[in-house]
Design a protein around this ligand. Structure first.
Ligand code: BV8
Ligand code: ZN
Length: 255
């Protein structure tokens, strides 16, 4: 546990960011909140009074694939209209700066790890993003395993749940509760977190594992931790900085 008080100084964190050679950012649904995308556990996250934890499971899909697809279709229609916000854009700019610095000094770099499935980091220009929980713009066949991009919004109601050419049900290519994370993404995320000098945790309630555990991997390896969230999180007490505010406001001030 940390003994010095947690600091909330943006200028100090900006200084640490400028000096850091390898930076990692872990993002959650909160970074997309200012783009109008409901968060998982926030008050506006509910859909027809279902809790996401109940819908984002293989059991819910097995029981009622149409209901689960109606939820994803609703989220896809919101995300389709949403725009990346200054928080997404700032992380894309940070990646460009860190990579430019890398050309001068070895070891410089930046890795973005996201729990989000909305694709807004891609649309903001982030390049080497590790998607721990998949991407709702891809579908996966429960029969033949084929994975393909599907950006149809809305999905035709008479074709819900959608089916593969092989006849089996298609599912969103995302990780549900109780399912393992894609091993390659997870290994890359652990490797980057263990190299980080500075680990930013942006817009996540840090309750979902193993994703939230990456902050501990980084801290154990000597990284300093900065939490950016309007609300307190379980990681705050272990953090060097806890900046209380929206990501769209704080991240641009760090550049
Ligand atoms: C696994 C994809 C093992 C789908 C998601 C008991 C039973 C079963 C499982 C478990 C259990 N106890 C623990 C577990 C493990 C479970 C887990 O952690 N559960 C939690 C709820 C306790 N984890 C799993 O099941 C994982 N798999 O463990 O597998 C295994 C291993 C081998 C073999 C077999 C099995 C899989 C977890 C992945 C689940 N899928 N999403 C989809 O999106 O549809 S997780 C889901 O939660 C989203 O990805 C989301 O990103 C993620 C985390 O939530 P947050 O991003 O943090 O969002 P949230 O709404 O919670 O918070 C938003 C935050 O933003 C808030 O703090 C808010 O203050 C802040 N905010 C708001 N506005 C702003 C802001 N911040 C900044 N700026 C703003 N403007
Ligand atoms: Zn198929």
């Amino acid at each position: 546990m940390k003994n010095s008080p947690v600091r909330n100084d943006v200028d100090e964190l900006r200084g640490a960011l400028e000096r850091a050679s390898f930076v990692v950012a872990l993002t959650g649904a909160g970074i997309s909140a200012e783009s109008g995308v409901p968060t998982f556990r926030g008050s506006n996250g509910l859909w027809r009074n279902y809790s996401p934890e109940k819908l984002a499971t293989p059991q819910a899909f097995a029981k009622d694939p149409r209901l689960v697809w109606e939820w994803y279709d609703w989220r896809r229609s919101i995300i389709h209209k949403a725009q990346p916000n200054p928080g997404h854009l700032a992380l894309a700019e940070l990646e460009r700066r860190q990579n430019a610095a890398r050309r001068d000094a070895a070891g410089h770099g930046f890795t973005l790890i996201t729990q989000n499935v909305d694709g807004l980091h891609d649309r903001a220009g982030s390049r080497n993003t590790i998607k721990l929980h998949g991407d709702l713009w891809y579908v996966q066949c429960t029969g033949c395993g084929a994975v393909e991009r599907n950006q149809e919004v809305p999905l035709p109601p008479d074709n819900l749940p959608p089916r593969c050419r092989c006849g089996a049900l298609l599912r969103p290519a995302v990780v549900w509760f109780g399912e393992p994370l894609p091993s390659q993404a997870w290994e890359r995320a652990v490797e980057a977190s263990a190299r980080a000098e500075l680990f930013l945790v942006v817009g996540t309630s840090a309750v979902v594992y193993p994703a939230a555990g990456l902050a501990e991997v980084a801290r154990q390896a000597g990284a300093r931790l900065a939490i950016l969230n309007p609300e307190p999180t379980p990681l705050d007490s272990a953090a060097d900085w806890a900046l209380r505010g929206p990501a769209g406001e704080i991240l641009p001030r760090l550049l």
